[in-house]
Structure formats: structure tokens, C-alpha cells
Ligand binder design. Structure first.
Ligand SMILES: [Zn+2]
Length: 197
């Protein structure tokens, strides 16, 4: 017999955090509980759970949207310490891997599983404008889906991506006088006009 109880399901924890706690963390860090950041939190934890305990890992994110912040909130990998790297593919996916061997796990949105969560699908595929979306329902679905939204695959990072590239010698720029990475050429890239100002 159908009972309401059998359908009750709680929001899944994000690693050691309850979903509510994690939402609060995202508000403090990111300014709001962005859907991509919440989903990203589950992605990080799904990949991390597969790595052997104590593995020193680094991360590739395949989009700069939200995912880097999920990594920075939940791990010691940051853009600043070089342990998050971006390999833009346009896909909402990330990989955590052993810094030394390059062996790790890639977590991605599984299109079949996505279909079971209409509000998430609507958001991700931009089927409706932001104003038309039901954002409460969206956040609820994200918590209920938790790590079930994803596929996971074993990956090995290519050798050339494991080596840390040195920025080489630093020299004063003849144009502006500021120290710059001399491999860029006889004057700095700023003096070549490549500034955002
Ligand atoms: Zn210069």
C-alpha cells in the first residue's frame, strides 16, 4: 500500500556536512547557494570517497563555473596553490587524482539520471529563464539527488599534465619597469596591450 512515509527522503549530506550546513557555507564563500556549487559539492565528495585514504590529490575542473569554488570549500586544493587546474571542455565535470601517479576518478552529470530530476534538468539545460525556474524546488531536488545524479569513471591524467611547468626567469620589463616572466618576450604582456584596463 502506498504510504507517505515510504516516499519521504531526506537531503543527502555533503561529505561531513549536512545539506543545510553546506548551503550556509556556500552563502558565506560564494555569496549565494548557487545550484552549480551545491551539485559540485556532491561531485567532489563522490570522487574523494573513491581515492584511498590519505591520498595527496589535485583536481581538474572542466568548467570555471561554480566547480572551482566547490573544490576550494571542501578540500585544500585552491587555484592559488596550483592544485586546481582548469581543462575547459564545456562539460560540468571534475576529476580528483593522485598528485604523483595521476590515477583518479572523474565525476560527470549522467544524462539518464538527470531525467529523473526535472527541475535540475531544466536548470542545467537552461530550458527556462531564471525567473521562470522554481528555485526552491531546484535546491530541494539537488539535496535529494545528492551523488545519485552522477556517473563516475576511472581516469589517468596524462604525463605532460602532471609535470609542473616553471614560469622561468623573472626580469625587469624595459617598458614599465615591473618584474615580469621573461619567457613572454622582450617586454611584458602588459606593455603589449594585454591588460584588462
Ligand atoms: Zn612592461
Amino acid at each position: 500500500m502506498y504510504t507517505a512515509e515510504s516516499t519521504v527522503r531526506a537531503a543527502q549530506p555533503v561529505g561531513n556536512h549536512s545539506y543545510e550546513e553546506f548551503k550556509e557555507l556556500t552563502r558565506e564563500f560564494h555569496g549565494c547557494a548557487a545550484p552549480g556549487l551545491l551539485i559540485g559539492g556532491y561531485m567532489v565528495e563522490k570522487a574523494r570517497a573513491r581515492l584511498p585514504e590519505g591520498t595527496l590529490f589535485e583536481v581538474f575542473v572542466e568548467t570555471a563555473k561554480c566547480l572551482p569554488d566547490a573544490v576550494q570549500l571542501l578540500t585544500l586544493c585552491t587555484y592559488g596553490n596550483g592544485r586546481i587546474r582548469l581543462a575547459e571542455t564545456g562539460r560540468f565535470a571534475l576529476a580528483l587524482y593522485d598528485k604523483y601517479t595521476g590515477q583518479g576518478w572523474r565525476v560527470f552529470i549522467d544524462p539518464l539520471k538527470l531525467r529523473q530530476w526535472p527541475e535540475i534538468e531544466t536548470w542545467l539545460l537552461k530550458k527556462k529563464s531564471k525567473q521562470e525556474q522554481d528555485s526552491d524546488r531546484l535546491l530541494e531536488e539537488i539535496g535529494l539527488a545528492g551523488e545519485e545524479l552522477f556517473g563516475i569513471q576511472s581516469v589517468g591524467i596524462s604525463e605532460r599534465f602532471l609535470e609542473k611547468s616553471s614560469s622561468g626567469p623573472i626580469a625587469p620589463c624595459p617598458g614599465c619597469g615591473e618584474p615580469y616572466t621573461a619567457v613572454d618576450g622582450p617586454i611584458c604582456r602588459g606593455c603589449l596591450g594585454q591588460t584588462p584596463y
